[in-house]
Design a protein around this ligand. Structure first.
Ligand code: FAD
Length: 561
């Protein structure tokens, strides 16, 4: 027993327990210890918004196995043969003597634990902006089940009606949904001029913003909270921004996380340029006996090869598994991340992976994009729902750089196919060729992503020429002289239309007969519901010798105004 390998893991939520469980399965003799400063272990933080909304009635479900066993110290001892020390802080690492100095937070007892391999799974901390008045009551972050319980309870208080939510990112969106579902009025304050600035391009964010407004969410974009004011009981009552004053009975701050790197830094481990711990592909720090994973490390982006900080539970669990392998004699490599993100907001799903158009252009990629709206299954099948797909592609070689998909239909499976394509170096031709399953209740004969890939191929071949809705809007606002040609039917036009004196309605079926009504010397921008007819109209007009014709990408369906 004296030869048992000592594996010590700091952090007991996602990466840590995953590494412990994997290591145990590979090495039944290893002496494995998890050190966790909190009272809870291995909880599903990603499920917290659904506890706040009431969809998950009991917060303990987030700490349970699928069979209802709570993952506590006893579970880790009995089922995994892992020692889990909760309420225990790892204070410092002595690399020379290979020991971790710990303190039990209840008893203040100090001691040391020796290791052969050490794993840092210290996660990240939620950033609290230093705003005047932040010490008032009912101001929360959501990083731990205790926060979720506090938000859950406060949101149900009699005098809480309006919530100000700081930050329009992933967690902000999930909390927006949760609190709106409770009947609270939610006002999102985001200092950038769009939602999800790191994940979505502006037109996709505007499309999402339009939907959120339709669900009663108020958005204050390009606006920054600067001060909080309370009542005589010190409960928050007012948020002062740089532009407004908002009444609010509760604040949730979701403005991002910072990697917990102090322990690593103090031990002389290398911190990367992103501010997170630097690791190699084996998840090893610059000390080969010390591994690190999850929200405390930086990753390699699989499109750019650059280091990025993208803290996600999906990645944290993969890191844990690889570390579990490598601390038990394996040599598994972690390939990197695409930053694939998926979340639900009311009836919509939002998914994105790889680079946005903005990021791709900033990095110098030659970019071609498309906006492809369409039903997620056969349009005649009851219950179909629309999704809007944006592909970002390298226009020189057709390789997919990224994708964003939003809508009420099946977003996740399309997103995952794109992830697979990017990770296998796929091009738009590869995606168009995929032998995807088809039956009317599930998909279209040419699936949405294959359709989007074909639009890009048409653009690369010079057949399709387009402008984005944002570019069209900018031209309208600039007062440019062009014809905005709507080729839908009159009933479609009556239902919804772009109000502008440049708009002319000529249904596609009449276009050839009425071609003489259009001047050849003027720019024409064509659109329809989703721009399938718009593209066709562009080709018809070009066939008649028109040379200044483009269609509006995504048509009315992608028009976010
Ligand atoms: C509301 C919410 C929703 C989310 N939804 C999703 C989602 O849908 N999909 C997704 O992929 N990701 C999601 N995430 C992110 C995901 O939860 C994290 O990426 C994941 O928890 C990271 O796991 P980790 O083990 O690296 O770190 P953490 O979960 O941060 O755990 C680190 C632990 O280390 C402990 N620790 C730190 N320092 C010490 C020390 N010195 N001594 C002892 N203990 C220490 C901390 O107390 C903490 O418990 C969500 C996060 C939140 C908050």
């Amino acid at each position: 027993m004296t030869n048992r390998k000592k594996i010590v893991i700091i952090g007991g939520v996602a990466t840590g327990p995953k590494a412990a469980a994997r290591a145990r399965r590979r090495d039944p003799n290893a002496d494995i210890t998890i050190i966790e400063k909190g009272r809870l272990l291995s909880y599903a933080g990603c499920g917290m918004p659904y506890y706040i909304s009431g969809e998950i009635p009991d917060c303990n479900e987030l700490m349970c196995t699928p069979h209802g066993t709570v993952r506590n110290e006893v579970f880790f001892r009995n089922v995994k043969d892992v020692t889990a020390l909760t309420r225990t802080l790892a204070e410092s690492i002595d690399r020379e003597n290979k020991e971790v100095r710990i303190v039990h937070l209840e008893t203040q007892e100090h001691s040391s634990i020796p290791y052969d391999n050490l794993v840092l799974a210290t996660g990240a901390s939620h950033f609290r902006p230093p705003i005047e008045g932040s010490n008032l009551y009912r101001i929360f972050v959501l990083g731990h089940p205790d926060d979720a319980i506090a938000i859950h309870d406060a949101a149900r208080a009699e005098d809480v009606k309006r919530v100000a939510l700081f930050g329009g990112g992933l967690i902000g969106m999930e909390v927006t949904e949760a609190l709106s579902k409770l009947g609270l009025e939610v006002i999102v304050v985001e200092m950038i001029d769009q939602l999800l600035p790191k994940l979505l391009d502006p037109e996709m964010a505007a499309f999402l913003a339009k939907y959120l407004k339709s669900q009663g969410v108020k958005l204050l974009l390009a606006e920054k909270a600067v001060k909080l004011e309370g009542d005589d009981r010190n409960n928050i009552r007012k948020v002062i921004t740089d532009k407004n004053e908002i009444d609010a009975d509760m604040v949730v701050t979701a403005v991002g996380v910072r990697p917990n790197v102090e322990l690593a830094k103090n031990a002389g481990l290398t911190i990367g340029g992103t501010g997170a711990i630097a690791v190699n592909e084996y998840m090893q720090t610059n000390d080969p006996d010390i591994y690190a994973g999850g929200d405390c490390v930086e990753n390699t982006h699989m499109v750019t090869g650059k280091k990025v900080y993208v803290p996600l539970g999906s990645t944290a669990n993969k890191h844990g598994r690889i570390i579990g392998d490598n601390v038990t004699g394996g040599s598994e490599k972690f390939r990197g991340v695409l930053g694939t993100t998926l979340f639900k907001i009311f009836d919509y799903t939002v998914g994105c992976t790889g680079l946005t158009e903005k990021a791709a252009k900033e990095l110098g990629y030659p970019v071609v994009t498309c906006l492809a709206p369409g039903p997620d299954c056969a349009h005649y099948y009851p219950g179909y729902a629309m999704i809007l797909t944006k592909l970002v592609v390298n226009k020189e070689n057709g390789k997919i750089l990224g994708a964003q998909i939003i809508g009420a239909g099946d977003v996740d499976k399309r997103l995952d196919v794109i992830v697979t394509a990017i990770m296998s170096g796929g091009t738009v031709k590869d995606v168009a060729d995929l032998d995807l399953g088809y039956a009317p209740p599930y998909a279209n004969a040419i699936d949405n992503i294959a359709h989007a890939a074909n639009i890009i191929r048409n653009k690369m071949d010079g057949l399709a020429k387009s402008l984005t809705p944002m570019e069209v809007k900018a031209r309208i606002e600039r007062g440019d002289d062009f014809i905005l040609l709507d080729v839908r039917t009159p009933p479609e036009f009556d239902r919804i239309r772009i109000e502008d004196n440049r708009v002319r309605l000529i249904p596609l079926g009449n276009l050839r007969a009425r071609i003489s009504e259009l001047p050849k010397d003027k720019e024409i921008i064509v659109f329809c519901a989703i721009s399938l007819r718009g593209y066709e109209a562009q080709r018809i007009l070009e066939g008649y010798g028109f040379t200044h014709v483009k269609f509006m990408d995504g048509g009315i369906a992608a028009w976010p105004y």
